[in-house]
Write a protein that binds this ligand. Structure first.
Ligand code: PHE
Length: 355
């Protein structure tokens, strides 16, 4: 009996010290593990004379309960202490002012590509894409462009290899070829994207954007081309009337070919689209050349249609009053802040400091 009293006193003393969870668990094993001090006392019960056994067992149980309860409450105490310390450290200081974040802007070119895509998709065009790095065949040969054509010159085109087989596409027209090779007519697509020419001044950048249009079906004629472009220009500039003229031109991949100008005037330093007596060229177009159709296995006796290529950057400049094309691609954050578009659903209270 005195044995277990000693054990009890010894361990009460141990447990009264400042312990961590591991140390307490060690004590727990010492006492109640398989061969623990208390556990072995229980094993001894059978050897105790019967008249003492009951008393001994009940005292042993009391001691066991007391030590066990103490261990449980000690561990709990430590855990609560840890949680409180954590809460104390991680306290949210609601008196701090909110931390604003710099809000991104949508580049005018991206904005205009979205606007163009949605206008054309309303009249049944789907959107296609092609790679910026093209092969010579898709960019020139399949588009009926002869070997001696000036566009093939090094001065105009960025070639990527000595053999002049790979290049940065000079227009979005190779997407016409890719689309028609991949599918069967009819075709009614637009293809916006980056294009490259060896050119740089106030109205020309070496990288610029175009949107290609292609509509091939059984009875498509130039009237459809005019109607489609007229509709697009009015929708894009949000005007009811538009002055537009088709000037005869030449592209190897269309016959007949035309360039399209829109009328404008400048009033109080602002450009007004659709009125006035000045003309601005915005696109090239025409009826797809039979040779192009043959190159993509479309029978020109059965199918015909029109194609157009619109300069996107120029449309963006006109619509949003931006006068230097090169600023589009300077990546100047201040410029983007001024001319860029707000993404929708950003609550104004979160708007950034940078504005
Ligand atoms: N690809 C021509 C250019 O870049 C534009 C164009 C496209 C003309 C389609 C006719 C038909 O100048």
């Amino acid at each position: 009996m005195s044995d277990i009293k000693n054990i009890k006193d010894e361990y009460l003393l141990k447990l009264s010290k400042d312990l961590d969870v591991n140390q307490i668990n060690e004590i727990k094993t010492d006492l109640f593990g398989k061969n623990g001090l208390v556990s072995s006392q229980f094993k001894q019960l059978g050897k105790i004379p019967e008249d003492e056994r009951k008393k001994f067992a009940s005292e042993l149980n009391d001691i066991k309960d007391e030590l066990q309860n103490l261990i449980v409450s000690k561990i709990e105490e430590i855990e609560i202490k840890e949680i409180n310390q954590k809460l104390e450290k991680e306290k949210v200081d609601i008196t701090l002012p909110g931390r604003p974040f710099a809000e991104g802007k949508i580049h005018p070119v991206s904005q205009v590509i979205d606007e163009i895509s949605s206008i054309f998709s309303e009249i049944g065009f789907s959107v296609e894409e092609g790679p910026d790095v093209e092969n010579e065949y898709n960019n020139f040969t399949a588009l009926n462009t002869p070997d001696n054509h000036p566009a093939r010159d090094m001065h105009d085109t960025f070639y990527l290899d000595e053999k002049k087989e790979l290049l940065l596409r000079t227009h979005t027209s190779p997407v016409q070829i890719r689309t028609m090779l991949n599918d069967k007519p009819p075709f009614k697509i637009i293809a916006p994207g980056r294009t490259y020419r060896s050119d740089s001044d106030q109205t020309h950048a070496p990288m610029f954007h175009q949107v290609e249009g292609l509509h091939i079906d059984k009875d498509i004629n130039m009237g459809h081309l005019k109607g489609c472009l007229n509709y697009f220009i009015k929708e894009f500039f949000e005007v009811d009337k538009i002055k537009m003229r088709f000037r005869p031109s030449h592209f190897p991949f269309t016959e007949p070919s035309a360039e399209v100008d829109i009328g404008y005037e400048i009033k109080d330093g602002k450009i007004i689209i659709g009125e006035g007596d000045k003309w601005l060229e915005i696109l090239g177009c025409g009826m797809v050349h039979p040779n192009v159709l043959k190159n993509v296995n479309v029978d020109p006796g059965k199918f015909q249609g029109y194609a157009f290529g619109i300069g996107i950057d120029r449309l963006a400049m006109l619509k949003y009053g931006i006068n230097d094309l090169r600023a589009f691609f300077d990546c100047d954050y201040r410029w983007l802040n001024q001319f860029g578009f707000d993404p929708i659903d950003v609550p104004s209270s979160y708007r950034g400091l940078s504005r």
